[in-house]
Design a binder for this molecule. Structure first.
Ligand code: CTP
Length: 398
């Protein structure tokens, strides 16, 4: 979503300005072109040189010099005309107040005011002392900005540079990068609740051993991120993975298939997407103590019980959500996939080659529904996730 996007990164005078160096770096890593604009306050915390070195672009910091340096180029107009979005991070209480009230007394606030909102949306990541954040004046300004169509990435809570504790900390750079993608995604799941299962399950044998599989969870996590970007309230029910929770997603960790099912049944949703690679069997009796090795001839024998089918159980409820399944196959994708879709009683199934996708960063899938099959080309799991979410939203609205 951020690849080839031109982002104006505004930096104002807060201690969180040091985090914006990492933010600029992460945006560039995602393929964005970043132009940094700094206020005088920002330069008290971090130098323009840091950002020009990171972005390989000149840093803009003065309304008047940028005008006089080249009279044909008016920075406060031209910069946003060439940009796809503007993000101010950190955004101080002072700059929040100025933008909310249409004040423009430096380059950054001029840019915010002179922007065409349809072509260059604005997002801000406020960062300030907890009392400044809670002050009714700040809250009025934030509400006004939201009303004006500015996306506000609410600060997190925690220990502050001043030693006080509370909300006001700027979001972490990785979360801001995740959040910024929302500016480029159609909000076609606004008001919808989405539950996604992801990762493998872990079926214990004894307190130290278990059976699991090679699912990394990447596809499920990418879908959770894409659904949140599209405006949905997302609950991710995840087996053990090493992945960070996508920004704006609520995550519940589970281990076994039974725990995953119980957790799913405790929540309701408009859409249920089963991406988890659920273990088909569990050990019938989990040993309460570690099974000790005996002599060579005495190898333990395990007996197995079939796990519940989570997707099928959810799809058979009296008023089920729109259910989407994944099928990990090794051959005959379309045929096996359609059979599986009908057996599970679900409207949409996404079939892929299991071993070819486990742990990979890209995937190639076949969409199977009542209308037949529709192949999507190979793409990154993150691009695919956005595309699948828009396919799901399309089917949901029809
Ligand atoms: N699934 C589930 N609960 C299970 C098994 C699978 O919810 N106990 C879901 C998966 O999350 C996926 C879909 O069902 O969305 C298909 O999973 P897959 O492993 O491909 O198929 P199975 O139903 O397990 O059938 P088989 O292993 O025989 O192909």
């Amino acid at each position: 979503m951020l690849n080839n996007k031109h982002i104006i990164l505004g930096i104002t005078g807060g201690i969180a300005a040091y985090k914006s160096a990492e933010l600029a770096r992460l945006l560039i890593k995602k393929g964005a072109r970043v132009t940094v604009v700094m206020t005088d306050g920002a330069k008290e915390f971090i130098t323009p040189l840091t950002f020009s070195a990171l972005t390989n672009q000149p840093v803009y910091d003065d309304l008047w010099t940028s005008r006089s340096a080249d009279s044909s180029s008016i920075a406060h107009i031209n910069l946003t005309r060439e940009a796809d979005a503007m993000l101010i991070a950190p955004c101080t209480a002072n700059v929040t107040a100025k933008i909310a009230n249409g004040l423009a007394d430096d380059l950054l606030t001029n840019l915010a005011l002179a922007r065409d909102p349809a072509n260059c949306p604005l997002a801000i990541a406020p960062a300030m002392n907890v009392q400044m954040w809670r002050n009714p004046a700040t809250q009025r300004n934030i509400a006004q900005l939201r009303n004006d169509g500015v996306m506000v990435f609410d600060p997190a809570s925690g220990e502050q540079a001043c030693g006080e504790i509370g909300e006001g900390r700027m979001l972490e750079p990785a979360d801001l990068v995740d959040a910024l993608e929302r500016l480029f995604v159609p909000q076609n799941l606004t008001g919808k609740k989405v539950i996604i299962t992801a990762g493998p399950t872990f079926e214990a044998i004894d307190p130290v051993r278990g059976i699991t599989n090679r699912s990394s969870g990447k596809m499920g996590y990418a879908l959770a991120h894409a659904a949140a970007c599209a405006g949905a309230e997302v609950l991710l029910i995840s087996g053990p993975t090493a992945l960070p929770t996508p920004f704006g997603v609520t995550r519940i960790n589970v281990e076994s298939a039974q725990q995953m099912l119980d957790t799913c049944l405790h929540h309701t949703a408009d859409v249920f997407i089963a991406v988890a690679a659920v273990a088909d069997w569990r050990v019938t009796e989990i040993a309460t103590q570690k099974i000790k090795k005996q002599n060579d001839a005495d190898v333990p024998t395990l007996s197995f019980t079939q796990n519940p089918d989570i997707l099928h159980t959810i799809a058979q409820q009296s008023n089920p959500p729109y259910c989407v399944g994944f099928a990990a196959e090794t051959e005959n994708l379309a045929e096996y996939g359609q059979t599986k879709r009908r057996k599970k009683g679900i409207p949409l199934l996404i079939a892929n080659n299991g071993p070819a996708t486990f742990g990979a960063d890209d995937n190639e899938v076949l969409l199977l529904d009542d209308a037949g099959e529709h192949a999507l080309p190979r793409m990154s799991k993150s691009q695919l996730a956005h595309q699948l979410i828009s396919e799901i939203a399309k089917r949901l609205s029809s």
